[in-house]
Design a protein around this ligand. Structure first.
Ligand code: ATP
Ligand code: MG
Length: 401
């Protein structure tokens, strides 16, 4: 089943709003076993919209539109669909009553323009929209479908999940499941080499993506039954895990910070951080993990001499070095009364673009279990990369604790 998305709205073409509807629908289609072949944006111009819809209707089995269902003259999606189908829009009495009672509840008078939101064409049935005034349209003819959804994501998304998604899933007769394995420490090229037999498979497919938290391996399987797809994924996953071993640190929605949080909680340990050039982003990543209060004692952004002295770094005026970073980690561990202290220090120059340097130290208070490292990277990504470095090494330290 070939699908196509049309997002309408002149605001989109002007770059005033971002087309997040297409991204949302595309990601839903991908899990519903429906192949998306085209996605386009068109302004609120009848002729151009009609031309595009005609083309979509010819080449795709399912056409999904978003936007243009409002009450104003610029909202023309219904008119364009009626034009394509050569059918007449007529007021549907029960839709009209729904609309009128909506305005009564809002204690306001229904503007004349809203009446077109209660219209249908003979090939269309209304798709309920509990969050707004405009119902969507499900238009079916000659084995093909046009689905017209409103523009506001707060209305469109729940309509997708409650009405459209389930109907389309049934229609497609297939389901797509995927699993992401997250790795760290093996280069993209090496990973490509190690996974060659998997990368050429067609179902399940395997693909690799370089991300800020390492390289992701995504396995995708398509089957008629959800269970079958699940089994196909599990089989490939186990084989890939055998090849990659413990360089895989997590799956799907797992993040390094959530993993570290989980490991700390399981071990009844706490953490405190001192950071400089990352400006609190390491602390923020940890604080955003749910339940972080039980393991995260706090953090200090220490960029100046007095701030660093709070943590007992008396070499503050000297150059950043592993020695001062270790002192900060030990200082924050004791001052914040935590089991583990982490310091992330460094410097970068965004103007010259020269490679930046990050230093980090993990102080566990246990001899032999501390980790420190110097790390260099492009200045633009130095902060995000070094945070991942710290978290990955925290995981490493925690594995032995
Ligand atoms: P309304 O009844 O609010 O006019 P509508 O169905 O006519 O809804 P539009 O007029 O096209 O939709 O857009 C209304 C608002 O919905 C936009 O201002 C924007 O905030 C949001 N919106 C529209 N299209 C998109 C899109 N493709 N991605 C994200 N947001 C969108
Ligand atoms: Mg509108």
């Amino acid at each position: 089943m070939k699908a196509e998305i049309i997002a309408s709205g002149t605001e989109l073409l002007l770059g005033e709003i971002k087309d997040t509807n297409t991204a949302f629908i595309a990601s839903r289609l991908a899990t519903q076993g429906i192949d998306l072949h085209f996605a386009s944006i068109v302004g609120d111009n009848y002729q151009r919209y009609l031309e595009l819809l005609k083309q979509a209707w010819k080449r795709s089995d399912v056409v999904i539109t978003t936007g243009g269902l409002g009450p104003t003259k610029g909202d023309i999606t219904r008119e364009v669909i009626a034009g394509l189908m050569n059918e007449e829009m007529q007021v549907d009495e029960s839709l009209k009553q729904n609309l009128e009672s909506y305005f009564i509840r809002q204690k306001s008078k229904m503007p004349e323009g809203n009446l077109k939101q209660a219209t249908l064409i003979p090939s269309a049935v209304a798709v309920p929209n509990p969050r707004g005034t405009a119902p969507g349209w499900w238009v079916e003819k000659s084995g093909k479908v046009i689905i017209a959804l409103p523009g506001p994501p707060g209305e469109m998304q729940p309509m997708w999940d409650s009405e459209i998604g389930p109907k389309l899933e049934k229609r497609s007769g297939a389901i797509i499941l995927s699993r992401t394995l997250k790795s760290w420490g093996i280069s993209e090229g090496k990973l490509d080499e190690m996974l060659t037999p998997f990368l050429s498979g067609s179902n399940p497919t395997t693909a690799i993506y370089a991300k800020i938290d390492g390289i992701h391996v995504r396995i995708t399987a398509k089957a008629v039954e959800r269970r079958t797809a699940g089994q196909m994924i599990l089989k490939a996953e186990n084989e890939i895990l055998k090849v990659l071993g413990d360089s895989v640190w997590g799956k799907d929605e797992e993040t390094l910070e959530s993993l570290v949080g989980k490991m700390l909680t399981e071990r009844g340990l706490t953490l405190a951080v001192a950071e400089s050039f990352s400006g609190g982003l390491l602390a923020s990543a940890l604080a955003n993990v749910s339940g972080s209060r039980s393991f995260f004692n706090g953090g200090l952004v220490a960029t100046s001499e007095p701030a660093r002295e709070i943590l007992g770094d008396h070499h503050a005026s000297s150059e950043t070095s592993l020695e001062t970073t270790r002192a900060l980690a030990a200082g924050v561990r004791t001052r914040f009364n935590a089991s583990i202290g982490v310091a992330l220090d460094g410097s970068r120059d965004l103007e010259t673009g020269q490679t930046g340097k990050a230093f980090f130290a993990i102080d566990t208070g246990i001899p032999g279990k501390n980790i420190d490292q110097v790390y260099q990277w492009r200045p633009q990504q130095l902060v995000s990369r070094s945070i991942m470095y710290v978290l990955f090494n925290l995981r490493k330290a925690l594995l032995t604790m």
